[in-house]
Design a protein around this ligand. Structure first.
Ligand code: GLC
Length: 535
């Protein structure tokens, strides 16, 4: 059987409302994204993941959904969506959309009806109690919300919310809610999406387990069955932020989620960067459970949320805080950092490349956030996680070329000051510069796609004898690829005991020019990296 296509793909995450505005109203829209598809094709991504673009009061970046089967009026129409899918598919780009069924917005008609009328058919779509103290569920936003229960005056009862109080949790044990989930999935699959990014899947399972369900993972198998029934190439990419020994269960028997975000690798990558050592990365790779044939890890550096360090020990987390978020305002929820990568690395191009070179070469499917390819920065003056959600920087024109609005303020301010300001850091400037980070991403993504040893081959770590250097060998058919990274700020030379290329080695990507590989001996500059291939 052929391996699934997505194993050799790169995914690109987009918040449509901050990406590109086609109608000059200050909000990015589906039409703007459609215009930008040529750019994304050139960049070399295979799949887009669209964050929620549904009708929503937008108090949680659109994750507060008020209608699962519509488009926010400022973002476009269903016809715009259909056009986007057609144009993306024409270019060979797949589209995933966010499936947010852990909760709704308080403004969702289901909740309005549920809270107002005890006899409402929607009452049991949500989870109510008269005794919140009797329950122990933690809230996912500990510093923002004291409790996951909020008293609703209209209902005269308390409702559960694992996230913000304006996001009441859906009762996924209710067969009618299950039917709504099915209908939502079918709705988007019929419109041509390739699959979904499943929001907060750990809470879906947890809530079912709490009701005494003997098979709380069945819901995830139901989702897989719906996707598989509609498409042979369907994908479920899930957020499953659980303890490491529970992760495997979310792949199931290759019958639940295809891709799981690799929160463990991410946190340990930052620990490795803070320590200038590679061993936290190699160690965690050795601890992750095996992936099934039809699944893989979705690796990422930063996403639209905080950099989540909750799976590090307290001491390790403090080390990362110390290195990359020394100031309290850079931290959030007691567990994370609300900055983008380049400001954390003080814009050091060598380290930024090193990190993305690792991301693109480690086992798993890389997920890149919009603007990562430019090295975009953050705006700590914006509240909470909005710091990392500023508009895409297209050009040095007003509003970074994101929006031509002259009458309305853009949804969020563009970054206009400091080293990451749009006037110097933008797509237009980087396309014109062969040495820009954007051009580097184009080359690296092409190379990853062509050298299918990474995505589709067998990979193993090689002993380097040096805790600051990580080396990996990927092989497929008669081709091989060695990737090697030096996390330290000093030059390194390592000798790989088991390095026997089946052909003349060729230098494919590196931070600089190097002397050719000599036997198993390789040199690396400070923060240097090399991809060496043969066959
Ligand atoms: C996920 C999203 C996050 C959102 C939360 C609630 O964690 O990534 O942005 O706030 O779910 O939907």
């Amino acid at each position: 059987m052929e391996p699934p296509w997505f194993k050799n793909a790169a995914i690109y995450c987009i918040a449509v409302e901050t990406f590109r505005d086609a109608n000059a109203d200050g909000w990015g829209d589906l039409a703007g994204l459609t215009e930008a598809l040529g750019y994304l094709e050139e960049l070399g991504v295979d799949c887009l993941w669209l964050e929620p673009f549904y009708p929503s009061p937008m108090r949680d970046n659109g994750y507060d959904v008020a209608d699962h089967r519509g488009v926010h009026p400022r973002i476009g129409t269903l016809a715009d969506f259909d056009h986007l899918i057609a144009e993306a598919n024409r270019r060979g780009i797949a589209v995933l959309v966010d499936l947010v069924v852990n909760h709704t917005s308080v403004e969702h008609p289901w909740f309005r009806s549920a809270r107002a009328d005890p006899g409402s058919e929607y009452r049991d779509y949500y989870i109510w109690t008269d005794e919140p103290q009797a329950h122990r569920e933690p809230n996912a936003m500990p510093t923002e919300q004291d409790s996951p229960w909020t008293y609703d005056e209209a209902a005269g009862r308390w409702y559960l919310h694992r996230f913000y109080a304006h996001e009441p949790d859906l009762n996924v044990a209710n067969p009618r809610v299950r039917q709504e989930i099915r209908a939502t999935m079918e709705f988007w699959l019929e419109r041509g999406v390739t699959g979904f990014r499943v929001d907060a899947s750990q809470f879906l399972v947890q809530k079912l387990a709490e009701t005494g369900d003997s098979d709380p993972h069945r819901l995830l198998r139901e989702m897989r069955a719906i996707v598989s029934r509609c498409r042979t190439d369907g994908v479920l990419l899930a957020e499953a932020d659980v303890e490491i020994d529970q992760l495997q269960a979310f792949f199931g028997n290759d019958d639940e989620m295809h891709l799981l975000f690799n929160f463990y690798l991410d946190a340990n990558l930052f620990l490795a960067l803070a320590r200038k050592r590679a061993d936290p990365v190699s160690r965690i790779l050795g601890q992750l459970p095996a992936v099934p044939r039809g699944g893989h890890w979705a690796n990422f550096v930063r996403n639209q949320d905080e950099l989540n360090l909750s799976h590090l020990s307290d001491e390790e987390r403090d080390e990362v805080f110390e290195a990359f978020a020394p100031r309290e305002q850079e931290r959030i929820f007691g567990r994370g950092i609300r900055r983008r990568l380049p400001p954390m690395l003080e814009g050091d191009r060598r380290r930024i490349e090193l990190v993305y070179s690792l991301l693109l070469s480690l086992p798993g499917v890389p997920v890149i956030g919009y603007g990562d390819e430019l090295g975009m920065g953050d705006d700590l003056e914006l509240a909470e996680r909005y710091s990392v959600r500023t508009p895409m920087q297209w050009s040095p024109a007003a509003n970074a070329g994101f929006s031509e609005t002259t009458t309305e303020a853009p949804l969020r301010p563009v970054i206009a000051r400091g080293p990451f300001a749009y006037e110097r850091l933008n797509v237009e400037a980087q396309l014109a510069d062969e040495h820009s980070l954007l051009r580097w991403f184009q080359r690296a993504l092409r190379l990853r796609r062509e050298r299918t040893e990474i995505g589709l081959g067998e990979s193993r770590m090689l002993e380097t004898g040096d805790p600051t250097v990580i080396a990996q060998l990927c092989e497929r058919d008669r081709r091989g690829l060695l990737t090697i990274h030096n996390l330290s700020d000093e030059p390194r030379a390592v000798t790989l005991a088991t390095f026997e290329p089946a052909g003349p080695p060729e230098e494919l990507l590196a931070d600089d020019d190097y002397a050719p590989v000599d036997g198993g001996r390789l040199e690396l500059h400070p923060y240097g990296y090399r991809w060496v291939g043969w066959g």
